[in-house]
Design a protein around this ligand. Structure first.
Ligand code: NAG
Ligand code: NAG
Ligand code: NAG
Ligand code: NAG
Ligand code: NAG
Ligand code: NAG
Length: 382
């Protein structure tokens, strides 16, 4: 352990040295949005494509891969992040043929006309289905090998974790590490795989949830407002943090450094702030704070400033989620609304997402007559 730590500090010093030499990068994080077809069955997939075009968003993460939704994105130039459900992990881990079978349904009929860029094998599996933990990396490898069998080399394969479930001691960021139970058996082999295949580490990062769990955190720092906070100065790295999002990203980088893999790209597979909650204790789940968080987040990502430990910042960020989902069954659980659109497809916030990615001109060429018609109906009917 102490050897790993000294490696970590060496690499930290090296990274800081290089950061001080290099000019600030101007590349910025791509901003995307998440969407669940299962939770929005009443909406035709073409309307989803149109809604995303209207918002000038260029990347979509599908929380459940539905071939009909993927089909709606062919020829759109919107990049797609697909998710393989946790329940398929054991089958796919057991036999590569099963990975091929999934790809034949969800990828082969559409690729490359649909710009599928990444496949996450499972979502938050260590928390949701810990019994499959040891099967995760074998399943990821089988999907990777099956893509190779198909001659597809541009889709990367990874898996998604949740910050609060895998990172311990987020403060100060330089002290963060992965929980022991997951570190050596799952995370380390995963990081090795990501390094070998040039893939990214996918993490759900919710300052809102960390703020709720930790009464010491002032709301200001979670909402990108300058605010005094006991932990905003990281004495080990000499960095002062101005927002919780950067602290969480740098905590992930520090945790990866403990495992010897601090330079793997990070994609924020989910982030957001709820505009309402059914719980009377969640007064901070309100539309004003949600707009403040999302606006500041988008501004921060567009600024290209990165985080103190990583000047290029995160590679992509997906906002959770496109629509408020209407919960169908009566439930005692707290219901939160996270959508950037209301279920009737009108905008909840006035946020300009464009310029957040390298938007091509012909992306605006919103295809065929039906596309143009839908744009008129949906963009101008508000
Ligand atoms: C994987 O599945 C294929 C087809 O179902 C079968 O032919 C093959 O023997 C299986 N391989 C293993 C290692 O179970
Ligand atoms: C990863 O990227 C490096 C440098 O860009 C390249 O040389 C290597 O072939 C890539 N590896 C894979 C598996 O794509
Ligand atoms: C859409 O729904 C929102 C929230 O329920 C409402 O405020 C808005 O007026 C609706 N817009 C239209 C065009 O129906
Ligand atoms: C989307 O981009 C176009 C072209 O850059 C711009 O005219 C439009 O205002 C943008 N829409 C939004 C909602 O920002
Ligand atoms: C949105 O931002 C882009 C680039 O940052 C800018 O070109 C565009 O004019 C903005 N659109 C609106 C409607 O403000
Ligand atoms: C598609 O998007 C990519 C980046 O997202 C951009 O570089 C490219 O120019 C776009 N192509 C078209 C045809 O719009």
């Amino acid at each position: 352990m102490s050897l790993r730590f000294s490696n970590f500090f060496m690499s930290l010093i090296f990274s800081l040295y290089f950061i001080s030499l290099l000019p600030r990068s101007t590349s910025f994080s791509t901003i995307g949005v998440t969407y669940s077809a299962a939770a929005n069955t009443h909406l035709p997939p073409e309307h989803i494509a149109t809604a995303i075009n209207c918002l000038n968003i260029t990347s979509l993460r599908l929380q459940d891969s539905d071939p009909n939704v993927i089909r709606a994105f062919t020829y759109t130039n919107i990049s797609l992040f697909l998710t393989i459900p946790n329940s398929l992990v054991p089958t796919i881990a057991s036999n590569r043929t099963n990975a091929l079978r999934w790809l034949y349904v969800n990828v082969v009929p559409f690729y490359p006309r649909a710009k599928i860029t990444i496949i996450s094998v499972g979502n938050d599996i260590l928390e949701v289905s810990p019994e499959f933990a040891e099967l995760l990396v074998p399943a990821i490898r089988n999907v990777y090998l099956a893509l190779g069998d198909l001659g597809i080399r541009k889709i990367s394969v990874s898996t998604t974790f949740s910050f609060i479930n895998v990172i311990t001691t987020p403060f100060p960021p330089s002290a963060a590490k992965f929980q022991d139970s997951s570190g050596d058996n799952v995370i380390l082999p995963l990081l090795q795989f990501l390094r070998e295949t040039n893939s990214s580490f996918l993490m759900n990062v919710y300052p809102y949830n960390l703020f709720r769990l930790n009464s010491e955190i002032p709301i200001g720092i979670a909402l990108f407002k300058e605010h005094p906070f006991n932990f905003r100065d990281d004495l080990t790295t000499g960095v002062r943090y101005h927002n919780l999002f950067d602290m969480m990203i740098d905590a992930v980088i520090s945790a990866m450094a403990v495992e010897g893999h601090e330079d793997i790209p990070i994609i924020v597979s989910e982030t957001g702030w709820p505009s309402s909650s059914t719980s009377p204790y969640e007064v901070d789940a309100n539309i004003a704070y949600a707009e403040m968080y999302l606006k500041a987040l988008v501004g921060h990502l567009k600024s290209g400033l990165g985080t103190p430990l990583r000047m290029e910042g995160v590679a992509e960020t997906y906002i959770y989620e496109l629509f408020d989902t209407e919960s169908k069954q009566e439930t005692k659980q707290t219901i939160r609304k996270w959508g950037i659109l209301y279920p009737n497809m009108t905008r909840k916030y006035n946020i300009n997402f464009s310029g957040s990615a390298r938007i091509g001109r012909s992306r605006v060429m919103v295809k065929l007559a039906i596309g143009i018609f839908l744009v008129f109906v949906l963009c101008f009917s508000q």
